[in-house]
Design a protein around this ligand. Structure first.
Ligand code: GLU
Ligand code: ZN
Length: 294
C-alpha cells in the first residue's frame, strides 16, 4: 500500500486478553507493519461496571509479552466524553436523534430491527426521570443501502433500515454506545484502516452512516476471522474464555500464527516468529474463518 496507513487495536478491558483477542492483535499488528504503517492502541473503557480493575494493564502487559509494540500513547475512551457529547450535539442539531423509551421486552419481537416506535418523538421532553436511550435515525429507501469493500471479504452491501433500523448512540443507563464512540475516536486518531473481527462486520454500516452524518472520513475495512468454540460461538470474555498464559508467549503466538496460515515455531522468540510471519503476510491470504479452537 502506498497511501498512508494508520490502524488501531481497540480492546474493551472487560478482562484479560484471551486467544481470540490475541488473534486480532497479531493480525492487526502484521497488517500495519506490512503496510509500513502505524498501529495505535485504544482502550475502549466506556462500560465501567464490566471492567475489572487492572484489566487495562493486563492488556498492555500481554501485548508487550507477545512482541506487539504499538505506536504512541494509548487512547482511553473514558477520557473522551466531551468529544462524544459534541458529536451527539451535532447529530441532534441535524434532527437525527430521538429519545427512545422502548424496553428490551418491547423490542424482542422485532429480530434486532428497531421498529421505529419512538422515532417521531424526536427530542421532545419526557416526564422527569423517564429512562430513555438516544437513537440516531437511519435513512429510508435507497439511501439506507450502505456499501463498502472489505479488504478480505470483498464488496458488502447492507440495508440499514431493513436490517437494523435506528440505533442506540447513548444507552439508557447514560453510558455512551460503542457505535458512537468508535466513530468519533477512529476520526480523532486518523485511522485509515480498521482491522477487527468479523463479528463486528454488521456494525460497519452503522459506523459508516455516522461518519457520513458527522462529516468524517470512512476508513478502509478488513474483518478478520474469529476464533470459535465447539458450539461455533465466538470466544469471548463473557463466554468465560481463559486469559492468556503470559508465561508461554512463544507457544501462544505460534498457535495464533498457525491459525492465520503463517509460519510458526514455538521454540523461536516472539520477535523472530513475528519477523518470519511478516515476511509471509498477505492480507488477501488470511483465512476467512471461523477458526475452531481445539
Ligand atoms: N472494543 C471492541 C471489542 O473489543 C472492538 C472495537 C473495534 O475494533 O471496532 O470487541
Ligand atoms: Zn423506542
Amino acid at each position: 500500500m502506498t497511501s498512508p496507513y494508520i490502524s488501531r487495536f481497540a480492546p474493551s478491558p472487560s478482562g484479560p486478553l484471551h486467544l481470540g483477542s490475541l488473534l486480532a492483535a497479531v493480525a492487526g499488528w502484521l497488517d500495519a507493519r506490512a503496510a509500513g504503517g502505524q498501529w495505535l492502541l485504544r482502550i475502549e473503557d466506556i462500560d465501567p461496571p464490566r471492567e475489572p480493575a487492572g484489566a487495562k494493564d493486563w492488556i498492555l502487559e500481554a501485548l508487550v509479552a507477545h512482541g506487539l509494540n504499538w505506536n504512541g500513547e494509548p487512547m482511553l475512551q473514558s477520557s473522551r466524553g466531551d468529544a462524544y457529547r459534541a458529536a451527539l450535539d451535532q447529530l441532534t442539531a441535524a434532527g437525527m436523534v430521538f429519545r427512545c423509551t422502548c424496553t428490551r421486552q418491547d423490542l424482542r419481537a422485532h429480530d434486532g430491527v428497531y421498529p421505529g416506535t419512538c422515532r417521531d418523538r424526536g427530542m421532545a421532553a419526557l416526564p422527569e426521570g423517564t429512562p430513555h436511550a438516544l437513537r440516531v435515525r437511519v435513512p429510508e429507501g435507497d439511501a439506507a443501502r450502505i456499501r463498502f469493500e472489505d479488504r478480505l471479504r470483498g464488496d458488502r452491501v447492507f440495508d440499514l433500515a431493513a436490517e437494523q433500523g435506528d440505533f442506540v448512540i447513548r444507552r439508557k443507563d447514560g453510558l455512551w454506545a460503542y457505535q458512537l464512540a468508535v466513530v468519533v475516536d477512529d476520526a480523532e486518531q486518523g485511522i485509515t484502516d480498521v482491522v477487527r473481527g468479523v463479528d463486528l462486520l454488521d456494525s460497519t454500516p452503522r459506523q459508516i452512516h455516522l461518519q457520513r452524518t458527522l462529516g468524517l472520513p470512512t476508513p478502509r475495512y478488513l474483518h478478520l476471522p474469529i476464533l470459535v468454540d465447539q458450539r461455533g460461538d465466538k470466544l469471548s470474555k463473557q463466554a468465560g474464555a481463559m486469559g492468556l498464559d503470559l508465561t508461554t508467549p512463544r507457544a501462544n503466538l505460534a498457535r495464533t500464527l498457525a491459525w492465520l496460515d503463517l509460519p510458526s515455531d514455538p521454540r523461536a522468540t516472539v520477535q523472530t516468529q513475528l519477523e518470519r510471519a511478516l515476511a509471509h503476510y498477505r492480507p488477501q491470504n488470511l483465512p476467512p474463518g471461523p477458526i475452531h479452537l481445539c
